[in-house]
Design a protein around this ligand. Structure first.
Ligand code: NAP
Length: 314
């Protein structure tokens, strides 16, 4: 079926001869079939936007589970074998594994293949690829889906994860425009909205909006758990505490990697936050309750504005 313009500019539905639309991606290799890679595969498969999905990972059990769950069609243990016939390669492993994966796949890439990644920090991934290739490769389109949950592994993957969520791509001057267009089309087929920015800007913004909140959630639970009466504290904790600390259930190793990969920006964000906390503490200590109120009011109003922006995007 296709839409054609009718009389007076109306659009009417017409039946076209059976045309078979080519999938957006022919053969996709996913290195690291966990929450993020698995969800990408499921989203593309749901929309028939991919011809075949080849998986690759560390553990056979995970890959066998991924086949059983309908996430991938088949798998290889060796990254080089997985990418050899792929048109598109999505590297979805933890940040600490990126360089080793690039080392293994670069000599095996098919001519014309496009590679993207999903790492939560972009400067470090680009540095890893450049270290392996000797220069920033034209076929690499660095990316980061701004979507996720506190759960890990292929069992946690679901097809709707990227619906109406943003995916940031950080192509460089060296990046082939056609490669960026292909990766953009893939994420759009998965339901996402694609935005582009520089890797530096990405790392600065994500330090504030994602890496800082994770560090704070971990630090808060860690701190309270070391108080003498922590059992009672946790027993009396209500919904607010649960909301604030949900992301402290995320994979600690993954967040160690992200914190290390974006160390400079995260330290700057933490120091800035510490300054503001020190001001709040001082105001409280000095009995400047109006100053405390001003902070709380400002935060509530800004959060309301932020929620409106989110609703507008839905
Ligand atoms: P995950 O669920 O733990 O999945 C990671 C996958 O990578 C697993 O399948 C794992 O295999 C595989 N893997 C780990 N080390 C490997 C290695 N050395 N070689 C090959 N495969 C390896 O993690 P995730 O949440 O999908 O995160 C993956 C990437 O997405 C990370 O770079 C992260 O920064 C980024 N990211 C995460 C989120 C989020 O909210 N979780 C959001 C955006 C971006 P096994 O199953 O065998 O262990």
């Amino acid at each position: 079926m296709s839409r054609v313009a009718g009389k007076g500019g109306d659009s009417v539905t017409a039946t076209a001869p059976q045309e078979v639309m080519a999938p957006v991606v022919g053969r996709l290799a996913i290195i690291g079939v966990g929450l993020i890679g698995g969800s990408l595969a499921l989203a593309l498969r749901r929309g028939a936007a991919v011809g075949e999905v080849i998986g690759c990972g560390r553990r056979r059990e995970s890959l066998e589970r991924a086949v059983a769950l309908g996430v991938i069609d088949r798998w290889y243990e060796e990254p080089a074998e997985a990418v050899a016939e792929a048109d598109m390669v999505a590297v979805c492993v933890p940040l600490r594994a990126m360089r080793s994966i690039f080392t293994q796949i670069v000599p095996a890439l098919a001519p014309g293949a496009v590679v993207t990644d999903v790492g939560s920090a972009k400067g470090s991934v680009i540095a890893d690829a450049a270290a392996v290739c000797g220069e920033v490769p034209t076929w690499l389109v660095p990316g980061h889906p701004i979507a996720g949950t506190e759960h890990s592994g292929v069992e946690a993957a679901f097809a709707e994860l990227y619906e109406r969520r943003r995916v940031v791509l950080t192509p460089l001057p060296e990046t082939a425009a056609a490669a960026t267009a292909q990766v953009t089309a893939m994420w759009q087929a998965a339901g996402a909205r694609v935005v582009e920015m520089s890797p530096e800007h990405h790392d600065e913004v994500l330090a504030a909006t994602s890496h800082l909140p994770h560090a704070l959630a971990y630090a808060l639970v860690d701190s309270l758990a070391r108080w003498d009466d922590h059992r009672e504290i946790f027993e009396l904790a209500a919904g607010g505490f649960r909301d604030f600390t949900r992301i402290a259930s995320s994979d600690p190793e993954m967040w160690r990697d992200i914190s290390a990969a974006n160390r400079t920006q995260l330290v700057a964000a933490l120091r800035r936050y510490q300054d503001d906390l020190a001001r709040l503490t001082a105001a409280l200590e000095a009995g400047e309750d109006e100053q405390v109120l001003a902070v709380y009011r400002h935060a509530r109003d800004e959060r309301a504005r932020f929620l409106k922006i989110l609703e507008g995007r839905a």
